[in-house]
Design a protein around this ligand. Structure first.
Ligand code: SAM
Length: 276
């Protein structure tokens, strides 16, 4: 019988955030696949768990993935952990889940610490609709292209960012979204120096020019305000009726179509178009 793959989230700063179910799953697994075995060993030692560890990270994932799938198909159960937070979310694992799914292996994700959700919850920004954008590219051109593709995004946007790239990212965001766009900078979540700075992109740039950013960041940026719907005027109606008539349409049909297009009452368009 085939085994299973468990995705086991681990603390993003506070060791007490490991759940009973995560602990039990790590205890029961036949082996643990870890992004960095040294990091995971510290956690396992803290939990008093001894298990064989297999390294599974960005640059060995295709070759290691096949080996892990083979072992699971042979009946073993694997628990996948990353350095911190939820595996497969901006972390190795996405590929392994895909490979397991293709091989008909059951994949079980245990809920637990995840920086994107922790940050969004305390950001003070709208949480009803959001999009997760992960890490922006380190290359300026693709970072700008990524941000420009979000220029009209109305949902709250969540980004992961490293401290040494923060100022460049904030400057690019301000250039695309405007300096007044609200942002919540969520730093060192669940740790001793957890901090949420709720400001604007301009305010954040000013702040971090004065004090160099330290620690891990999640940026929660407000979405764009909905574009104001333009209310059509009588002049707009006259121009459109004329345009349609010049194109060969009868006056009656042009008035009807203009009223529909501009959401104006037909009699208003009719009166406005009397002198054409
Ligand atoms: N899979 C993990 C998760 O979903 O929580 C994220 C891993 S990703 C490689 C690491 C990024 O997550 C960091 O660069 C930072 O943006 C964010 N992050 C992780 N832990 C954090 C923390 N304690 N406080 C703020 N951001 C954190």
């Amino acid at each position: 019988m085939a085994g299973m793959l468990y995705l086991v989230p681990t603390p993003i700063g506070n060791l007490s955030d490991i759940s009973i179910r995560c602990r039990e799953t790590l205890e029961k697994a036949d082996f643990i696949a870890a992004e960095d075995t040294r990091v995971s060993l510290k956690l396992l030692n803290h939990l008093g768990i001894k298990k064989p560890l297999v390294s599974y990270f960005e640059h060995n994932k295709s070759q290691k993935g096949e080996m892990i799938v083979g072992r699971i198909l042979a009946g073993e159960t694997c628990a996948l952990v990353s350095d911190a937070g939820s595996p497969a979310i901006s972390d190795p694992g996405e590929e392994l889940v895909k490979q397991c799914a293709e091989a008909g292996i059951t994949v079980c994700a245990i809920p637990g610490p995840c920086a994107v959700i922790t940050a969004l919850s305390i950001s003070g920004q709208a949480t009803g609709r959001f999009c997760f954008e992960g890490f922006l590219s380190t290359a300026k051109k693709s970072r700008r292209e990524h941000l420009e593709s979000l220029a009209n995004e109305q949902r709250t946007m969540v980004f992961y960012e490293a401290p040494h790239k923060l100022l460049n990212t904030l400057e690019d965001m301000a250039a695309v979204f405007g300096e007044d766009r609200p942002i919540s900078l969520c730093r060192e979540l669940t740790k001793l120096h957890e901090e949420v700075i709720r400001t604007t992109l301009g305010g954040a740039i000013q702040l971090y020019n004065q004090q160099p950013p330290k620690g891990e960041f999640v940026l929660v940026v407000a979405g764009a305000a909905p574009a104001e719907e333009k209310v059509a005027t009588e002049d707009d109606a006259v121009a459109r009726v004329k345009e349609l008539m010049d194109g060969g349409m009868s006056r009656k049909d042009a008035i009807k179509q203009t009223a529909q297009e501009l959401h104006l009452p037909k009699n208003v368009v009719y009166d406005a178009a009397l002198n054409i």
